[in-house]
Design a protein around this ligand. Structure first.
Ligand code: C2O
Ligand code: CU
Length: 540
């Protein structure tokens, strides 16, 4: 793997649109107010675009699983090059799921299984750095079997497809599916391979707004070259900080809202940037769900720290605002982000006078007690083991890692071991405490565990923030912080990844694996690469 690969390249054309050849960006943008090289008239400005959401994906087939009688929805997603209307005057070539940026949202009922057929119809190579566009798709937040979990090295090459089976037995939550291709996740997700996925259940339906008032909000940032293509600069693999904030693929959009309570499923899909959202009025919002679904208790907060891949479901109460008022969702930012002129804004809400349907009880209800969950009911006394890792950048090789050695602490090390090296091997059903210490100096790392939700026990020995007292699968490990997590390993045996969700960190090479309930040398029935191989896509 290259260690100091500088990428000042721009998406130069996806075959359909765009000129060939890379555009060089200046080396340093320190102190600059923008990173994009768009001309003044092509540069988007805040609050000029209408808010919209990704399309909903309907199943192409529904049926019953003969094994257990559960309903099964089948979805078809084609990974393909497309172009998106992100900027006011220019088209932007993207890599996409089904042609949109972000990809289509999938909604399923808890207990309905899903089979997602992912077809790789991408161009052979990524336009930014020419890497081969082999893909792996991860449903982030799902306890999927290892062979359907988007294991980084379980890739589908161009022209192949894979049927991913998702159990959807977990409580209602906001998930997202995104590319996870080995060492190329950052570039692939940045170019557009990301989308939301929601599991609904009766408890959540009763407590929280639904339908038009249950709003997906996928936030990302981007840098644009002068011709409207996406530009990429990961600053020596430390992170990409765009100057254009996008919500569902639109720059700083404006949403018309009624005078009622709305639910927003806020996904930070920036590949590196962390957010600190806050309303321009200074009014509090109510956090009701974290990554793994409903929290035990709703939390009223004025702002919160929100890293890549974290999901917070947030109620915003527009009842008290006058018709015609504009409320902005601002971004106060956090340490070690790079901010530009308008990265302190995310989107805005314009209050309109449309009549509110008061027969829907969620219009004016802010619940306080929400839901118990297995993970939030775990106690430290149940833990049978405490494991600790330091996360850092290697002083010599400059590669990010988890733990003390590159052999176990990087994905290159995992690959070199024939996928045998693991950082931990809990028993099936074991409860453990995992501690991550950020000893990398001036960086923050959103650490993500596959398969399991966890409870955050402490940060630097103190209680976690009130808004993160809920089921989590990503934890913000800030500068100089040590977090302790409590989790129970199951329900599947097998190998699963753990990594930093700052995607340039993940790719270089802050990703490792653990195994659940596998004895040394035992045959792994759910081998993540061999148990369900991609097949040639005959188009049927
Ligand atoms: Cu959102 Cu391993 O990923
Ligand atoms: Cu990191």
């Amino acid at each position: 793997m290259s260690v100091s690969r500088r990428q000042f390249l721009a998406l130069g054309g996806l075959g359909v649109i765009g000129a060939a050849g890379a555009l060089a960006l200046p080396l340093s943008t320190v102190g600059a107010s923008s990173a994009s090289r768009l001309s003044d008239r092509d540069m988007p400005r805040p609050y000029q675009t209408a808010f919209s959401q990704a399309p909903l994906l309907q199943p192409y087939q529904t049926g019953i699983d003969p094994a257990d009688g559960a309903p099964v929805n089948s979805y078809l997603v084609t990974a393909m090059a497309a172009s998106a209307a992100i900027l006011p005057r220019l088209r932007t070539p993207i890599l996409s799921y089904n042609g949109t940026f972000p990809g289509p949202t999938i909604k399923v009922e808890r207990g309905t299984k899903a089979v997602l057929r992912m077809r790789n119809q991408l161009p052979a190579k990524h336009p930014i750095d020419d890497h081969l566009l082999s893909i792996s798709t991860h449903l982030h937040g799902s306890a999927s079997l290892p062979q359907f979990d988007g294991y980084a090295s379980d890739v589908s090459q161009q022209g192949f497809r894979k049927d991913y089976k998702y159990p959807n037995f977990q409580a209602a939550r906001t998930l997202w599916y995104h590319d996870h291709a080995v060492h190329n996740t950052a570039l692939n997700v940045y170019a557009g391979l990301a989308a939301q996925y929601h599991i609904h259940d009766p408890q959540e339906r009763q407590l929280l707004p639904q339908g038009a008032f249950d709003v997906a909000m996928t936030v990302s940032d981007a840098i644009f070259a002068a011709n409207g293509t996406l530009a990429y600069d990961d600053r020596e693999q430390s992170g990409l900080w765009g100057d254009v904030m996008l919500v569902n693929g639109k720059p700083w959009p404006v949403m018309k809202v009624q005078r009622r309570i709305y639910r927003f499923r806020i996904l930070n899909a920036c590949i590196s940037r962390s957010l600190r959202p806050m309303l321009s009025t200074g009014d509090a919002v109510t956090i009701v769900a974290t990554d793994g679904g409903l929290m035990p208790k709703a939390q009223s907060v004025v702002s919160w720290r929100h890293a890549s891949a974290e999901r917070y479901e947030v109620l915003i109460d527009f009842r008290k605002y006058a018709v015609g008022k504009r409320i902005e969702l601002r971004n106060l930012s956090n340490e070690n982000n790079r901010d530009f002129d308008n990265t302190n804004k995310i989107m805005a809400f314009d209050v309109v006078g449309a009549p509110v349907d008061t027969s829907d009880p969620t219009w004016n209800t802010i619940p306080t007690t929400l839901a118990a969950s297995e993970v939030m009911s775990l106690t430290q006394a149940q833990s049978t083991k405490t494991r600790r890792w330091r996360v850092k950048r290697d002083d010599v090789t400059n590669v990010w890692r988890i733990g003390e050695t590159a052999a176990a602490g990087t994905w290159a090390g995992v690959v070199a071991s024939g996928f045998r090296n693991v950082i931990a091997n809990p028993e099936l059903g074991a409860t453990e405490i995992w501690e991550f210490e950020n000893s990398s100096g001036g960086w923050f790392h959103p650490i993500h565990t596959h398969l399991v939700d966890f409870q955050i026990l402490s940060r630097n020995g103190r209680a976690p923030f009130p808004y993160e007292v809920g089921p989590k699968d990503v934890v913000y490990v800030g500068e100089g912080e040590t977090v302790r997590l409590l989790m129970k390993f199951g329900p599947h045996r097998g190998k699963y990844m753990v990594h930093c969700h700052n995607l340039p960190h993940e790719d270089h090479d802050m990703m490792v694996q653990f195994s659940v309930g596998l004895a040394d040398g035992a045959v792994d029935a759910n081998d993540p690469i061999n148990a369900a191989k991609p097949t040639w896509d005959d188009g049927l």
